[in-house]
Design a protein around this ligand. Structure first.
Ligand SMILES: [Zn+2]
Length: 96
């Protein structure tokens, strides 16, 4: 990437994919100007989309099978998951 301020070639300093898109960060060694560019959808995001579609398909098939063999009334009631905060404070108390 070329620096918008001085025209020098910029160095890539970082590459983030946490938003699901590849964001490349650049820094100009000459003038210190920083910039970034969007390089499109991250590979893991594309794979995740495919995986989600596949899992949704499998889940739909599994749900249909389970409904046929297990009536809902026979399934044990599920406890709501403890919040992260409760887990954290629980760990803290155990250490004391
Ligand atoms: Zn520059």
């Amino acid at each position: 990437m070329i620096c918008a301020k001085c025209g020098a070639l910029m160095d890539q300093t970082d590459k983030n994919t946490f938003t699901g898109r590849v964001i490349r960060e650049y820094e100009c060694r000459k003038c210190g100007n920083t910039d970034w560019e969007d390089d499109g959808i991250a590979l893991w995001q594309a794979l995740e989309d495919l995986q989600e579609k596949h899992e949704a398909k499998v889940a739909a098939q599994t749900a249909t099978n389970e409904e046929a063999s297990q009536p809902e009334a026979l399934q044990p009631a599920q406890k709501p998951p403890a919040s992260l905060w409760q887990r954290f404070t629980g760990l803290f108390r155990k250490r004391k």
